[in-house]
Design a protein around this ligand. Sequence first.
Ligand code: C2E
Ligand code: MG
Ligand code: MG
Length: 657
Amino acid sequence: METSAPQPRLGYRAFGRKLAFVVAVLVLLTGGIIVTVNQIIGQTVYHAVKEHAAAGAMDWANRFNADFSGSGGLLRNGTLSADQMRVIDAAILVGNVYAFIVYDREGRTVYSSDFGLIDVDANAAVNTGALAVAQSGVPDLTVIQRRNPSGSVSVYVDALVPAKGPDGIVVGTIQLYLDKSDISSLYKRVHDWIGYLLPAVCAIVYAVPAAAFILMREKAFTRQEHVRKLSMYDTLTGVFNRQTMTTKCKKMFAARTPDSRIGVLFIDVDKFKGVNDLFGHEFGDAYLQHIASQLKACIGPNDYLARVGGDEFVVVCQETTDDRLEALAKDMLNAAREPFSHKGTTVQGSLSIGVRLAEPDETTTDAFHAADLALYHAKANGRNCVRTYFPALDAALTRRCAIEARLRQALEHDDFDVHYQPIVQPKDRAVCGFEALLRLNDNDGNPISPTEFIPVAEDAGLIHDLGLRTLRRAICVAKVWPDHVFLSVNLSPAQFQRGDLDNAVEAIVTELDFPSARLDLEVTETLLMGNEESVSAQLVGLKQQGISITMDDFGTGYSSLGYLWKYDFAKLTIDRVFLEGLEFAGDRYSDIIETIVTLGKKIGIQVTVEGVETAAHTEMLDQLPCDQYQGFLFGHPMPADETLTHCAREARSHSAA
Ligand code: C2E
Ligand code: MG
Ligand code: MG
């Protein structure tokens, strides 16, 4: 099965067939020409021999007349002198006349070269032909061709020519038998040569342009065929394009039997936009070609592969099973994880894959839709994974669309909120900072969790705008807080994709005249997994402004010490899942929290513990050298106008204590 674009090539077989046809036509044409030319030659030879014979016969007759008739010739007195006999012998010898007969004016034989003089009597037989020639004065010639046993052709001329007296009056008829075989064969040979040469010349004259024409036509056809085939393929990667995939799938779905199942895989290259923006389109193209060839290497001979969008591929498998689809998707994931290098730049990419094993009566559209939903699910689950379709995904997509619409609306009308959750010092529980947390309600006023709408905003390309607006809004609020209270704002990895986040932040901080030392920006480990220089540069840019950077939710991702070192974080926050875990596996989780806190102390990084909800939590945490606590025990995320009161109230209660 063809899955990649053809290389240009001539259709030699088709060309061979056409050439054979043309040669056959040429042979027939040439044969026709030869037959016709031969017939023409035959006629020409016949007439030429006849004319030659007529000229010879007339010549012979004139001599005969001059030599015989003038001296009281044969026809006058019926005698043959010795001179006349000599002339006859010479004439027979020279003129190839092997017999002749002389007739008088009445057509009666007077002399025959075979029988000599003949007594003419009134009752002698009359040769009507001779009589007619004598009366008309017009010669009568008949050419006789005879094929000899040896195969050669003898040509004779039976000529009846008028014999005239010295006064020009016809006195009789002379019948000559002339052998014209020599002259005939000479003519024939010459004409035969013409006959051979003529068709050959013709063949060359029309065969060359005909062959050139066919060759050109063939090339044009091959080119056309090549263009047609190219239009089936994606020009960048050489795999099928969307249109071809649609056509092939429609046929495949229509031809399937009740017990043969078709599998559809929707594949998305993770972070491709970032790769493109960061390393340029040339690198992006090479990366896509690499991915396409990796995918091609994974699929089977009966599978189709197509690129259906910028970084989206589709694989369709005939007669497949759940197990095979799962194995295929895993192979693809592994293949895409191999590092790819091009002109000195290396990226380690990944794929998100949505899988659908179509039901026997499912349409192409429905199967594709299901695989697309599964892909969306895979992306929402952190990418770099495979997800299979399940019916609830339909509802999930509807929800996602509604959230995206709500986000756009909120951005347009500035209709979202930011709440602030206090962060306290362990020693006196005094508020030392607030974390800004985005809030969004649906159209019915019900809150949508940031864990749900932030990924949608990232996917829809809205997070950059949303993130900067949150920062601006939060700084405006934080400006009225006491100087020792810092502001913490979350940053999405997607905000780093443009490559100028440090500048954008600096512009806002400068414009609002906010001390950057009071600003803390939280990033997650997923930002650092791409090991991108651009991310690193932007983090350095932010730190150079005096802003501190926190690694948020430490312990939930790769928890890489390498990242902590490399990017020189000021702080890490221990995700609340560890405190939640205390409920059912206390020791295990307290050990982890202790390890992380100790680690932070050792490498000089501050540690904030999130999710502090109960006295039991603080009882355990107070044993450790934690730097900050954050949790409902010290305050829920609150609206901006409550933050100042909260600070004042907390300050009062501490001074009272
Ligand atoms: P996060 O940055 O780790 O924020 C802390 C989350 O833990 C918040 O959830 C907060 O309400 C919750 N939390 C704090 N203390 C407790 C506690 O004692 N118990 C429990 N059960 N939860 C507690 P929230 O506001 O729902 O935010 C969830 C996540 O959404 C955030 O996790 C953050 O990753 C993201 N997020 C929120 N706002 C923004 C934003 O403006 N930009 C970006 N990029 N992400 C945001
Ligand atoms: Mg946070
Ligand atoms: Mg957190």
